[in-house]
Design a protein around this ligand. Structure first.
Ligand code: ADP
Length: 481
């Protein structure tokens, strides 16, 4: 049992929302899980004002960075100490298996550890101007970082942005996603346990159209980080541009793995398992297209079909241990959309090798799905499904594989599976994406920069690169004589 009503966290207090309440449902059976306070534009104003006051008061930004880093790391420690509680709630509201929720909470803690450790590495430089001057640069926090969070990894996406923002001395206003805002709101507890002053981190839930838009277009924020769909990303970027507010956008993907005949197919199958069935495929950087060399096409399809069929699909609360299983999708809308896209692919001539249907039970479940005979012109090869649906295409050689992979308006990640270093290098250089995986999908970590080419967005999150999203350079020049 979880509490039935969850409030917003503004200026260190838990408060109701000006827009009333909204129901959060349980994707595993469609029942009502809890209600959440819905913020309106006035609540957004209050949160931004609280963040501004905290920033002006300056406790965090004036600290020696090592101390600031320790506070940020303590937030991660709090998550680990309360891992089971966070994961229980996240499982209930998102539909993911419990063991995946645990991975998300551990991943969130890792962001606080990583960016806490980075706090004292943000250093300026001295620029020689001859002996009449002494010139140096410093990095100042931007001020108020607004973070609009998607529903697929609500806690982890918040941790990713907030950890870097706080480590560099900013104050934050977080707009949580409507579908699963509950576990994320517990980060307010982590902030208090770590000793953040009130107003330094504010968390509110509200609709995108009201609270999200009010935050993105707020004249008093200094930066915005958005993760979500392309259409919403464009709206956020336009709203930010009206106040010349810098934005980081992490949008969708239609990422492809290319497989050559010399690849280790069992290893590839393992990557397919994580690449498209982890979080029921609701991952921006999912392996949503698989481009198989014609010589190993049939054998590989047989193996990945067997993999999809081996996954037991059901309530996340019953899936406690890591294993061959998958949970519900986040909402009926998302599930039905994915199911319809598979049906449309079949109408356009693709073959459904396995899956494609919702489960005959309450809750938002979709079978793990493999669609073969997909050609690059089909909708399913071009548009993001954001579900457990893998599109399989065929290529003749590495060149044609790369050109199919690049035939997309997105460019988030990509990959190649081969033992041939020359082919791997060629693909690494020619795939248009912010991150290329060779022989393991999702190879990398919190330390490696992540972000897209093309309509997948701009700016980079994760790694040290993301620190520069949260600071601005100031050059100081002394005339000595
Ligand atoms: P989805 O359609 O999959 O829910 P979105 O990209 O629309 O994905 O949502 C991601 C986040 O953006 C959510 O927190 C949502 O509330 C928010 N959002 C939606 N519309 C807007 C908007 N017009 N302005 C700002 N934020 C928005």
């Amino acid at each position: 049992m979880i509490k039935s009503y969850w409030q917003n966290y503004i200026n260190g207090s838990y408060v109701d929302g000006g827009a009333g309440r909204m129901v959060v449902d349980n994707p595993a059976d469609g029942s009502q899980l809890a209600e959440v306070a819905l913020a309106n534009a006035r609540d957004v104003d209050a949160a931004v004002a609280a963040a501004r006051a905290a920033h002006e008061q300056g406790y965090l930004r004036k600290l020696r960075p090592v101390e600031r880093g320790r506070i940020v790391r303590k937030m991660g420690d709090y998550l680990l100490e309360h891992k089971e509680r966070f994961a229980d709630i996240l499982t209930l509201e998102s539909g993911k298996p419990y063991w995946e929720a645990v991975i998300e909470i551990e991943g969130s803690a890792r962001y606080f550890e990583y960016y806490g450790n980075q706090a004292e590495t943000v250093e300026g430089k001295s620029i020689p101007l001859g002996d009449a001057y002494f010139d140096f640069t410093t990095y100042e926090p931007l001020g108020i970082s607004a973070q609009i969070i998607p529903w697929n990894y609500p806690v982890e996406m918040t941790a990713r942005g907030v950890a870097a923002a706080l480590a560099t001395g900013n104050a934050c206003v977080v707009k949580s996603p409507e579908q699963d805002p509950l576990a994320l709101s517990l980060l307010g507890e982590a902030a208090e346990a770590a000793g953040l002053p009130k107003g330094q981190l504010n968390i509110l839930c509200g609709t995108g159209i009201e609270a999200g838009a009010a935050l993105a277009g707020h004249p008093d924020i200094d930066q915005i980080v958005f993760t979500g769909s392309v259409g919403t990303g464009i709206a956020v970027a336009k709203a930010a541009a009206s106040h010349v507010t810098p934005a980081v956008l992490e949008l969708g993907g239609k990422s492809a793995a290319i497989v050559m005949p010399d690849a280790d197919i069992d290893n590839l199958v393992e990557s397919v398992r994580w690449g498209i069935f982890f979080n029921a495929g609701q991952v921006c950087s999912a392996m949503s297209r698989l481009i198989l060399h014609k010589d190993i096409h049939d054998e590989t399809v047989e193996k990945i079909t067997a993999l999809a069929d081996s996954l037991s699909v059901g309530p996340g609360t019953e899936r406690r241990e890591f294993g061959a299983n998958m949970g519900a999708m986040v909402s009926e809308v998302q599930r039905d959309r994915a199911e319809n896209m598979v049906a449309e692919a079949a109408q356009q001539g693709a073959t459904i090798a396995t899956g494609g249907h919702k489960l005959n039970r309450p809750g938002w479940f979709l079978e793990p799905t493999i669609v073969t005979d997909v050609t690059p012109d089909m909708t399913i090869a071009r548009e993001e499904v954001f579900g457990p649906v893998l599109s399989v295409l065929k290529c003749d050689d590495v060149e044609s594989g790369i050109s199919i992979a690049n035939d997309s308006e997105y460019g988030l990640v990509g990959g190649i599976f081969t033992q041939d270093v020359d082919k791997a290098n060629k693909a690494a250089q020619q795939i248009r994406a912010g991150q290329v995986f060779i022989n393991e999908w999702f190879a990398g970590g919190v330390e490696t920069p992540f972000g897209g080419f093309g309509k997948s967005g701009y700016g980079r999150e994760k790694g040290r690169e993301a620190l520069w999203n949260y600071v601005q350079t100031k050059n100081i020049a002394y005339r000595l004589r």
